[in-house]
Design a protein around this ligand. Structure first.
Ligand SMILES: NC(=O)c1ccc[n+]([C@@H]2O[C@H](COP(=O)([O-])OP(=O)(O)OC[C@H]3O[C@@H](n4cnc5c(N)ncnc54)[C@H](OP(=O)(O)O)[C@@H]3O)[C@@H](O)[C@H]2O)c1
Length: 285
């Protein structure tokens, strides 16, 4: 049996791991929420790691409020940077392999082709900077780690773009969505499956990987597909980033090159439209 500790079980990704747990009988999970395991609290971490021997820790905990982070700099740093470091230190001490989730927001979006893992980072805001500092702290602390950068996560859980668009479709007749930011939507359950595959394959090719669903789209294209699937009559207008100012600057292009993880795990990643259909039908259930 492989023993796995999952942090932030009440987050979007944490929920996806809980959904998949019963499909993986060879994996034994311990799920903790942010009050049971606060990653900024070293005593909490020590206490949880002392309860049993874990083989893996999947860290889903993060400060994810991208715009609020511009003000809440200290808190974002405490969770995304120092919290990640705390978890890495515990993994090092207890001989646990860490699988940590990071973000496309470590890049500045100036590229014109998908970002490789080796591409230069240059976060535009506090969220991306603190996530990058977390990555660096993990890499410095612990050899046995996987850092998986992903993008535009959505699922049937918590707040995300899919659920926001469906809510707006039921409330409004017309909506404007940004058409000049390009990225790859990623179904959080696909990401969770890949993480479990790394564990089941006992992969030891530690390091940084990119994972997103296949295809590049704008938020407008993503919204358009959501409304098509939902058979919504809402009028969708394409707007520009400059028409929708936000406290945090976002990368204009943040498509991730996923060939490293595809080759390492010998997987084929689903197209974003296909995964969106599955997520939508799971939402309907
Ligand atoms: N969502 C996206 O579009 C996206 C894109 C790229 C990468 N990512 C990354 O993917 C990962 C999962 O994101 P998600 O979408 O699942 O985010 P989420 O739904 O916002 O979940 C984040 C979770 O972290 C928990 N948390 C916050 N501070 C904590 C602390 N000090 N100790 C323990 N837990 C804490 C939160 O708990 P409370 O609710 O109790 O505060 C929440 O359950 C994150 O690393 C994120 O950076 C997300």
């Amino acid at each position: 049996m492989i023993n796995i500790l999952v942090t932030a079980k009440d987050g979007q990704l944490g929920h996806c791991f809980q959904d998949l747990a019963s499909k993986h009988q060879n994996l034994q999970f311990v799920f903790k929420n942010s009050s049971e395991l606060d990653i900024t609290n070293k005593d909490h971490i020590e206490a949880v790691f002392n309860t049993q021997a874990f083989d893996y820790c999947i860290n889903c905990a993060a400060y994810t409020a991208v715009d609020k982070a511009e003000e809440a700099v200290e808190l974002a740093n405490k969770v995304n940077h120092l919290g990640a470091q705390n978890i890495a230190e515990a993994c090092e001490k207890f001989g646990v392999t860490l699988i940590h989730i990071s973000t496309d927001f470590v890049f500045d979006g100036e590229a014109h082709s998908p970002y490789l893992e080796s591409a230069s980072t240059n976060p535009l805001g506090v969220y991306g900077k603190t996530k990058l500092d977390g990555e660096k702290a993990i890499a410095k602390t612990l050899e046995q780690h996987f850092i998986i950068r992903t993008s535009w996560l959505y699922s049937e859980y918590k707040n995300n773009f899919l659920k926001t668009m469906l809510r707006l479709a039921s409330q409004r007749d017309e909506i404007g969505v940004v058409g000049d930011q390009i990225g790859s939507p990623t179904y959080a359950k696909d990401l969770a499956e890949v993480v479990l595959q790394i564990i089941e394959q006992n992969d030891t090719n530690f390091g940084t990987y990119h994972y997103s669903n296949q295809g590049e789209v704008s938020w407008y294209d993503f919204a358009n597909e959501i409304f098509k699937i939902a058979q919504s009559q809402i009028k969708l207008n394409k707007i520009e980033t400059s028409d929708y100012p936000t406290p945090a600057k976002r990368p204009m292009y943040s498509v991730l090159n996923t060939s490293k993880i595809e080759k390492t795990l010998n997987i084929k990643i689903p197209a974003w439209e296909k995964s969106l259909l599955i997520a939508y039908s799971n939402l309907e259930e």
